[in-house]
Design a protein around this ligand. Structure first.
Ligand SMILES: [Cu+2]
Length: 438
């Protein structure tokens, strides 16, 4: 019986492996990818060079062995030659490997030195790892944003979601807001982490650099051709390690500039709530220009609208990147006040990106993890000050969001919690209130 089951299982495994091979594996290169940056080309060339040196050594060594074993075998009557303690041979087989090692070390060191040469970049992007997402900070442009797992991947990855991951394009390899870079420019990456060690790895760039709290590691890229490049965190960083993919969109300098301008405009629009009155023209408010679609250069699937969860936020335009743009260190937003509609839209996005993992998208909490519900919860329906304080400072496994989100995001998410999931507190929290409560 057991044997029968085992055979059946084995047949299944073999059949599915064969299907895999015949389906796609021939399309999969067995070699390492050539990549799209000068660094990745150098790494690839180095790899090929070392590979051919190894092939040469293999041919010589196994060739000699084969000749001895097959043609000079004892059974064929050969007498072994005697060259014990032959100085000449010993010197030769010491010198040859030594020369080979030098011949490998010189080009390898050259590539290594090039890799660390981050001097004189055209621009710098700070990349910060969080449990479990990435933050991209465009240092010269004054904005930053979080890049979290795409909502369709997230939904499919939930226990008993009933969604077949195979039906999700780029399952666990897609994000809501990719990192966007221009092609043909030298970009310095400053890589660090906020909580535990992560590692930023994009194969096509030949960049795999540890993100360590308190240290800033460096790498650089110069992407040859426009496209979407995918990577992942490559340092086991906790429960959500598999759920913090990396997506980099490379586009031409002019497209990139348009994107930057859109980010800045939307950010500017955001801090001026007067332009965002939902009542204007009687039409539903559009919080971000259409071209602000983060996935713009790749008209490919899903993500532009992925944040459009069917929940009850009054937002017809979920692509509103504006909502997650942070005012890089400058508390521009803090002095301004905003309207309920603006706060609620942004609050929903902040909630879905940061809080839904534990409190669930429907606000019902997760009893298995001892995460309380926001719906009808005592704190979201109690005094505001206690609510703000809990979110700012955390408690137990509830993170201290004061260190992670800015005043505007916090004000928005707290407003959202107090007025969603059946809670009707009616308060509209202003960024200034968060600032005061810090
Ligand atoms: Cu990580």
């Amino acid at each position: 019986m057991l044997q029968k089951n085992f055979k059946k299982a084995l047949r299944g495994v073999i059949a599915s492996s064969l299907a895999l091979i015949s389906g796609s594996a021939f399309a999969i290169d067995l070699n390492m990818p050539v990549g799209v940056t000068p660094m990745s080309h150098d790494v690839y060339d180095l790899h090929m060079y070392v590979f051919w040196v190894c092939v040469g050594i293999g041919i010589v060594v196994f060739g000699l062995m084969l000749i001895s074993i097959i043609w000079h075998r004892k059974a064929a009557g050969y007498q072994p030659a005697q060259f014990h303690e032959n100085t000449a041979i010993e010197v030769i087989w010491t010198i040859i490997p030594f020369i080979i090692l030098i011949a490998l070390a010189i080009p390898a060191s050259k590539v290594l030195v090039d890799m660390t040469n981050t001097s004189d970049p055209d621009m710098s992007i700070k990349i910060e790892g969080y449990q479990w997402k990435w933050q991209y900070d465009y240092l010269q442009n004054g904005f930053s944003y979080f890049s979290t797992l795409a909502t369709d991947s997230n939904a499919a990855s939930q226990l008993d979601s009933g969604i077949n991951p195979i039906s999700v394009p780029h399952y666990l390899r897609d994000v809501d807001h990719p990192m966007v870079v221009p092609t043909g420019k030298k970009i310095r990456l400053l890589i660090t982490a906020n909580d535990v060690i992560h590692s930023w790895w994009v194969e096509d760039f030949a960049v795999k650099v540890d993100a360590i709290p308190g240290f800033v590691n460096q790498a650089w890229i110069k992407v040859d051709k426009p496209g979407t490049y995918r990577g992942s965190c490559s340092q086991l960083c906790g429960r959500g390690h598999a759920f913090m993919p990396i997506v980099v969109v490379a586009e031409s300098w002019s497209d990139y500039q348009k994107w930057v301008a859109a980010m800045q405009t939307s950010h500017g629009a955001f801090i001026n709530p007067a332009t965002l009155q939902p009542e204007q023209n009687g039409s539903p408010v559009v919080y971000a220009p259409a071209e602000l679609n983060f996935n713009a250069p790749t008209p490919a699937p899903t993500q532009a609208t992925a944040t459009a969860t069917p929940a009850a936020a009054p937002s017809p335009t979920p692509g509103s990147a504006a909502a997650e743009v942070k005012p890089a260190g400058k508390p521009v937003v803090a002095g301004k006040s905003w309207t309920m509609a603006v706060a609620m839209v942004r609050g929903k996005q902040v909630f879905d990106a940061n809080c839904a993992a534990c409190h669930m998208a429907d606000g019902k909490g997760n009893p298995a993890m001892a995460v309380p519900a926001i719906a009808a919860g005592p704190i979201p329906n109690g005094p505001l000050a206690a609510h703000i304080s809990l979110v700012l400072h955390g408690k137990g496994i509830m993170p201290a969001w004061g260190n992670i989100l800015d005043d505007a995001d916090l004000a928005a998410v707290i407003t959202y919690e107090r007025n969603s999931f059946g809670n009707h507190q009616g308060d509209l929290v202003q960024p200034a209130q968060i600032k005061a409560a810090r």
